[in-house]
Design a protein around this ligand. Structure first.
Ligand SMILES: [Zn+2]
Length: 479
């Protein structure tokens, strides 16, 4: 029997960190042994290490963002420009100096124009054009001619708290007014003599790439956030490799990751993050690479450099690890059974109520109580595969024989019914009726790229891999 010592890892939920712990114990070659009941947690339990911030050793460099171009694209219809060049990092684009607190977005690209002094007023709840004009020091004599002068005045009627209204006033006269609806959209009203013009303006952000890399000490989450990745990006990274790597059980100290992702810039300001375009994850010495590809229909997915889908017919981890919120309890009670019995699945320790997901598309063939399994759901996937989820506290209502489920659908909730000493998911994977180790079984791949996409894919893949390699070299040179 082999036991896997696990370090505790933590992963984020939307709002807070959560700790996960679990243990895996299985018989090598369990599939050769006669099938039997479930031996809940009778194998030795494993002590997990609690996360301590002071043990999160500083990661290797967290490279700074490298916006590649300093020129904000302030045109309307031009498509997002993706800069692929591996140029030397230059300084972050600087906001054009503006005398007011607001950098004039539309004007940034035309520095030859004299700086305009815009007055920016934050819209608060209860505000309307009258109150906002008043705050700007303008009376109805400025507001009403403008409202009469612009035809679709509706555009200015939808004022939302948090947005801003900006005024360009000269000698007490309103010259221009703009309603900033988002970093990329605004409505501009301009006056010349006594006529008014209203226009919707859209900005195209400059897309640059950012590179982050790190080596895992304690957990993916800690190391990746030390490397400067946002929570969202960490979850995306885990999602991309989640079919190959079990982020609950597979992660080891020394595993490493590299990510290239997009950043959106406007007028020298970072306005958001874009997609991960290329990434590598090294897990226990195995390197996985993923490349984002948008096909000719506009659908985006991640593929290996060879064009195989990163998605598999099965999820590696059937518990929603983002919601596991309690730490492993090293003082938990000893297993029920003292005798040696084969363990034909994997146990994921998780709090009662944690959602359990169907590992793949399929059909429920059993949902109910079954001996030591307690409340259990068995799903059939195609002809060859079945997966089993035991010890549920609750089977999701509606799960019954014949019910179709999609990959990732919640089918029940973690519990400790049957022979279980504490709440956990006991997960089994069977191929042609034979138990296989869910952690190592080769999972069937989702559909690969169609042939007609291959040329385009190869080109994009080569560019993205070159980008990853370029950043890596730059990084090495710096060390
Ligand atoms: Zn088990």
């Amino acid at each position: 029997m082999r036991q896997h010592l696990q370090l505790l890892r933590i992963l984020p939920t939307r709002t807070h960190l959560i700790a996960i712990s679990a243990c895996v114990l299985f018989f090598a070659g369990a599939m050769l042994l006669p099938s039997s009941d479930v031996a809940a947690n009778k194998q030795q339990s494993i002590t997990l290490k609690a996360p301590k911030s002071d043990t999160a050793a500083p990661q290797q460099l967290a490279p700074i963002p490298k916006p590649i171009s300093a020129t904000p694209a302030a045109t309307t219809a031009s498509p997002a420009k993706t800069t692929l060049a591996m140029v030397t990092p230059i300084e972050q684009p600087k906001a054009v100096a503006a005398p007011t607190a607001v950098a004039p977005a539309a004007k940034a690209a035309e520095p030859e124009q004299p700086a305009e002094e815009w007055l920016s007023i934050q819209i608060r709840s209860g505000d309307n054009l009258t109150t906002l004009f008043k705050k700007a020091g303008l009376g109805p004599n400025q507001l009403y001619p403008m409202l009469n002068g612009i035809k679709p005045s509706k555009a200015l009627a939808r004022l939302k708290p948090g947005q801003s209204l900006e005024f360009l006033i000269e000698q007490g006269e309103l010259i221009k007014l703009r309603h900033i609806t988002s970093p990329l959209t605004q409505t501009l009203v301009s006056r010349s003599d006594d006529s008014y013009k209203i226009e919707a303006i859209e900005f195209t952000p400059e897309i640059t790439h950012s590179y982050r890399q790190g080596t895992i000490e304690d957990s993916l989450f800690l190391s990746a956030s030390d490397a400067g990745l946002s929570q969202t990006k960490i979850m995306e990274l885990a999602g991309i490799f989640g079919w190959d790597v079990d982020f609950v059980l597979d992660i080891r100290k020394g595993d490493s990751f590299e990510v290239v992702y997009e950043e959106r810039w406007l007028d020298g300001k970072k306005i958001g993050e874009g997609n991960i375009v290329a990434a590598e994850f090294v897990n226990q010495g195995n390197a996985f690479q993923a490349i984002r590809y948008t096909d000719s229909n506009g659908d985006s997915n991640y593929f290996t450099p060879e064009g195989k889908s990163m998605r598999k017919a099965f999820l590696r981890t059937p518990v929603d690890f983002t919601r596991i919120s309690s730490r492993f309890n090293p003082n938990r009670k000893h297993p029920i059974f003292k005798t040696k019995r084969p363990h034909r699945g994997v146990d994921y320790a998780a709090p009662t109520g944690t959602p359990i997901k169907s590992a793949g598309d399929g059909k429920v063939i059993f949902a109910g109580r079954k001996g030591g399994y307690g409340k259990v759901v068995i799903v059939q996937h195609g002809q060859k595969y079945t997966t089993l989820y035991a010890h549920m506290s609750r089977i999701k209502p509606g799960m019954k024989r014949g019910k179709r489920v999609k990959q990732g659908n919640t089918i029940g909730y973690v519990g400790s019914t049957g022979y279980a000493t504490g709440p956990h998911l006991h997960y089994e994977f069977r191929l042609n009726g034979v138990h296989r180790n869910p952690l190592t079984v080769k999972l069937p791949q989702a559909a690969p790229l169609p042939k007609k996409e291959m040329n385009r894919f190869k080109q994009q893949a080569a560019e993205h891999l070159a980008m990853l390699e370029g950043y890596r070299q730059t990084q090495l040179a710096k060390n």
